[in-house]
Design a protein around this ligand. Structure first.
Ligand code: AHG
Ligand code: MN
Ligand code: MN
Length: 341
């Protein structure tokens, strides 16, 4: 008889949690709620191209509902899916200026959720992969009341889980709870995430670099030298490297996790703190990449050790294969040009 062996996300999370005898199961429930939100957002992302054809372009869709931009839709969906599970005391989103409180009618839990509801959103209309990024902390504020800003601005090192969902040629849910990185592919026929990428390990050294080279003029000289060095020919160090830049951090980092690579969004003379957000993009990705054996820094300091000063702060980031990140750090320090505020 043919034996079909597969593991669903729900079962995997449960089995992982069983390894810790004092675990309460709450983190499992929270991750499960997130996977439900991911399925709903995935459905909406997949029909985005039909919006014009089906006449959804006015202010209202066929159901008489207000048509929303996909990033706002994803944001609302995350909040709606997560605010009543009983596990969170507060949330924060890249799309909302302030922290998001749990409505008073719902139970207040002990976890904190931060997210970028739709990353790479400028790519939506071009059918390029986009994603959702999330980060989970334990509350640190005293009491059992609503969570606070203090809960939402913890060092990345304090994350207890993080992950992303990539809406690409298929939908994948990739997460870590501090015990490796595991990826699950959504089977659209029966709506389950199935373990497809167990224990992802990023190669120590790569042949791929990802950076927006249109900003070359504004970079510091150490970075200019590093990129030129990657482009030179030298078989012994595997050069020249290939350049791959999608413009969706989730998609660029996902590819680099699988094939090896370094992703960079540096500081430059126009953006002294880079572009990407520490709490919603850099910390969760740094946790995932470190768990896969890679490295993530702002050029001088480990991303996960940065003490946040504000919810929406930005940081330069160099993330991916360990040897490549170490080398760019060396170029930057040799030229002592990096400006980190
Ligand atoms: P978001 O869509 O959440 O605003 O993030 C976009 C980010 C990130 O996904 C991507 O790596 C980067 O912006 C691309 O920026 P550039 O267009 O400046 O290269
Ligand atoms: Mn983003
Ligand atoms: Mn976004």
């Amino acid at each position: 008889m043919v034996q079909i062996k597969f593991n669903t996300l729900a079962r995997h999370i449960y089995e992982e949690e069983r390894k810790y005898p004092d675990a309460t199961g709450e983190l499992s429930d929270l991750l499960h709620d997130l996977s439900l939100a991911a399925k709903v957002i995935s459905l909406e992302v997949n029909k985005a191209g039909l919006v014009d054809i089906l006449g959804f372009t006015g202010d209202q869709n066929v159901h008489g509902e207000q048509v929303k931009k996909l990033d706002i839709y994803a944001n609302d969906m995350m909040i709606k899916a997560m605010d009543h599970g009983g596990h969170l005391c507060v949330m924060a989103s890249e799309e909302d200026e302030d922290i998001i409180h749990i409505p008073p009618e719902f139970h207040i839990g002990k976890y904190v959720l931060l997210f970028d509801p739709l990353d790479g959103s400028s790519n939506i209309d071009a059918n390029v992969s986009i994603g959702t990024i999330f980060s989970i902390y334990r509350r640190v504020s005293p009491g059992n009341g609503p969570g606070t800003m203090e809960d939402c601005t913890q060092q990345g090192l304090k994350q207890i889980a993080a992950g992303y969902v990539i809406y690409g040629s298929s939908t994948l849910f990739v997460y870590t709870a501090g015990n490796g990185v595991h990826g699950f592919t959504l089977d659209p026929s029966f709506g389950e995430f199935i373990l497809s990428h167990p224990s992802i390990k990023i190669p120590k050294k790569s042949k791929i670099y990802s950076i927006n080279e249109g900003n070359y003029l504004y970079w510091h000289s150490g970075l200019k030298k590093y990129i030129k060095w990657l482009q030179e020919e030298d078989k012994s160090t595997g050069r020249p490297y290939s350049s791959r830049y999608i413009g969706s951090m989730v998609a660029d980092i996902h590819r680099n996790l699988l094939y090896g690579g370094i992703f960079m969004y540096p500081a430059d003379s126009r953006n002294p703190n880079g572009k990407l957000r520490l709490m919603y993009e850099c910390n969760p990705m740094a946790f995932i990449v470190e768990q896969a054996g890679g490295r993530a820094s702002n050029g001088k300091q480990r991303i996960l050790e940065i003490q946040p000063k504000s919810l929406h702060q930005r940081t330069p980031i160099f993330i991916g294969s360990e040897e490549d990140v170490l080398l760019v750090e060396k170029f930057l320090s040799d030229y002592e040009m990096i400006e980190v505020k």
